[in-house]
Write a protein that binds this ligand. Structure first.
Ligand code: AMP
Length: 359
């Protein structure tokens, strides 16, 4: 076991240059690790806080050079091509590895895996042909492209069967999944770490509020009944164990009005709904990732104080002056130069030993 430990002083390679890589590098630095970010952009926000190499995801020679400079590799978003991860695996351990992204990159594979692992999901059907349209029953539903959808992009609500063909047309007749619309009470997420030795640890479950498909706030504690939280944690741990991953996986779930917990989507990396852990948990999700992939013991996941994380989207980050002046707010800005609509520019975590102020 000890020979697999990657000690402080080593270098962590991070595929992807966004804010999740940035916060991973910051947590790694705190534990005495160096980070080397690999991304196609010349100027990445992760590269502002760590060493950075620019390279395309299909440049196997550049990837080999990158791998030669690091001790272990992780990825900060799940749309890194599988072939990139596989190329890196030729040289160094990549944690969590190819399989979790192979599944997470494709909504049909992902849902099938959930079912196989014993996690309940909404009813769903593949939509890839006229015949599929004719046989569709998961209605009213949401039609989603199987790949490249995030933050609500590439998905349309479909109320009736007659609306399905036009919706599919609007999505470019690409391969899609039709999911029946879940009448949910709320949305929650479990973020679970799994160590090299197979130990799992789940952060306290966050209550998530989305607007226009984008996460707006995460509140912990969620205020949900213990049985619901226990079930959510069980599903998250079940997923991490079934994937046999080393690292982190976030599982987004629906709590239905009749109390069931259904799996919606997974991300085998730190997750926006876990940002509150930086300020309000004994170990942040980013440190936990570093611990897991370096073979260190997983950190404690105790909630230190009630907290609510609010995303700063687009122009909202211009209000930074308001947040730095607020003693209950902890401001995190990602160093992005341009505030496009819908772009995550930063977040604020309100931490309170008493109650957390309402939005
Ligand atoms: P996704 O990209 O799958 O995470 O979907 C983005 C958001 O759309 C979710 O957080 C939900 O608010 C909503 N949503 C997605 N799928 C469903 C569904 N089957 N039923 C109801 N709401 C959904």
């Amino acid at each position: 076991m000890t020979d697999r430990i990657i000690p402080p002083g080593s270098t962590i390679g991070i595929l992807g240059g966004g804010q999740l890589g940035r916060m991973t590098a910051m947590a790694a630095a705190r534990l005495g690790y160096r980070s080397l970010v690999y991304s196609p952009e010349t100027d990445s926000v992760a590269g502002q806080v760590a060493a950075h190499v620019q390279g395309d995801y299909d440049d196997t020679a550049a990837l080999a050079r990158f791998a030669g400079q690091v001790d272990v590799i992780t990825y900060e978003f799940e749309n890194v091509p599988e072939t990139t991860v596989a190329a890196c695996e030729q040289h160094k351990p990549v944690r969590p590895g190819v399989r979790p992204i192979h599944l997470a990159q494709h909504r049909l594979r992902e849902k099938a895996f959930f079912r196989k692992a014993g996690l309940g999901t909404a009813d769903y059907q593949p939509i890839g042909s006229e015949a599929d349209l004719a046989h569709a029953t998961a209605l009213p539903g949401i039609l989603k492209t199987t790949t490249e959808g995030y933050d609500g992009k590439g998905q349309l609500r479909v109320a009736t069967k007659s609306a399905l063909a036009p919706a599919w047309q609007q999505l470019g007749r690409r391969e899609c999944i039709l999911e029946s619309l879940v009448d949910f009470e709320c949305e929650i997420s479990a973020i679970v770490a799994r160590s090299l030795g197979g130990e799992t640890r789940c952060f306290p479950i966050g209550l998530n509020d989305h607007r226009d498909g984008i996460l707006r706030t995460t509140t912990v504690p969620s205020g949900l009944p213990a049985a619901t939280l226990g079930e959510a944690e069980r599903l998250g741990v079940q997923l991490a164990s079934s994937l046999e991953l080393v690292g982190l996986v976030a599982l987004e779930m629906f709590v239905t009005r009749d109390g069931r917990v259904l799996a919606n989507e997974m991300a085998p990396r730190p997750h926006n709904s876990g940002h509150w852990t930086i300020d309000a948990c004994a170990t942040s999700q980013f440190e936990q990732l570093v611990r897991a992939i370096c073979g260190l013991p997983l950190g404690a996941v105790d909630l230190l104080a009630p907290s609510r994380m609010e995303n700063l989207i687009g122009e909202e980050a211009k209000d930074w002056g308001r947040y730095v002046a607020d003693p209950t707010a902890r401001l995190h800005l990602y160093g992005k130069a341009r505030a496009r609509p819908g772009r995550k520019m930063g977040h604020v975590t309100y931490v309170s030993a008493g109650s957390v102020p309402k939005a």
